[in-house]
Design a protein around this ligand. Structure first.
Ligand code: DGL
Length: 259
């Protein structure tokens, strides 16, 4: 079984990819909706919530945990991963590799939560591999709320305005690749793509799910998914349906949030 962890419906983008690569893999999805959003919180608070999330998944004896959250992956992954018998993967490495592959001239925009952009992790990873990369890094604090409220249709005027305003700094020098450094952001692809028709949108969660499948050699089980939600499971299902058009299949459990 593989554990997947995010604050909310963002990790469902990684789960969908994992299902494509490993349809028979059993998955435990931890959604820390009681503490969403992570991206505006301090490093200490993010580490505290993430530790509780991975400990809950650890009790289920996973083969690996995928931290399908750009914020946790950039703020505290190495420390978070210490001391477990199973590997804990983030999304930054795989996302960076995919962005570099999609940007022949190294023109890359990095989008993330405020906490992610503050760390500078994506920039450092990209520049370590491609020192001449031309980067623009943008915090997109509204995007998680748009995704969680299902405001991701291309004809939604408020969502269009919010996305256009946030991404306006990129318009004068459009990037070749837009690294979606938060797993909520692929839900907004149909709002982002029309503004940058020539740019590749990089789904870090999907890239990491693919890398994990290869590392674990396509783990097989019965293809079951169990969701462990720290606030209302019904509210999580509503948010999932609003953003994706369907309630994900699986069993749902409510678990207590970290204090
Ligand atoms: N989906 C998460 C991320 O990738 C969390 C966003 C949030 O809770 O602010 O950063």
């Amino acid at each position: 079984m593989v554990g997947i962890f995010d604050s909310g419906v963002g990790g469902l983008t990684a789960l969908a990819a994992l299902r494509r690569f490993c349809p028979l893999c059993d998955v435990a999805y931890f959604g820390d909706t009681a503490h969403l959003p992570y991206g505006s919180r301090s490093e200490g608070t993010i580490m505290h919530y993430a530790t509780a999330a991975v400990s809950t998944l650890a009790a289920l004896s996973p083969e690996a945990v995928l931290v399908a959250c750009g914020t946790v992956s950039t703020v505290c992954l190495p420390k978070l991963a210490e001391g477990y018998r199973f590997p804990v993967f983030g999304i930054a490495e795989a996302g960076t590799a995919a962005a570099l592959a999609a940007a022949p001239h190294g023109r890359i925009a990095v989008l993330g939560t405020e906490a992610t952009i503050r760390t500078g992790v994506f920039s450092r990873m990209i520049l370590a591999r491609r020192p001449d990369a031309v980067l623009t890094c943008l915090a997109c604090p509204m995007f998680v709320f748009l995704a969680e409220s299902g405001m991701n249709r291309p004809d939604d005027p408020i969502a269009r305005l919010a996305v256009a305003r946030t991404l306006a700094p990129l318009l004068s020098n459009p990037p070749e690749a837009i690294l979606l450094g938060c797993t909520h952001f692929p839900w907004l692809s149909s709002l982002i793509s029309p503004l940058f028709p020539d740019a590749a949108l990089i789904d870090c969660g999907a890239a990491a799910a693919r890398a994990l499948s290869l590392r674990l050699r396509f783990p097989a089980g019965q293809g079951k998914t169990c969701f462990y939600i720290t606030d209302s499971a019904a509210a999580f299902q509503r948010a999932a349906r609003a953003v994706s058009g369907r309630v994900p299949e699986g069993e749902f459990f409510e678990v207590p949030p970290a204090e």
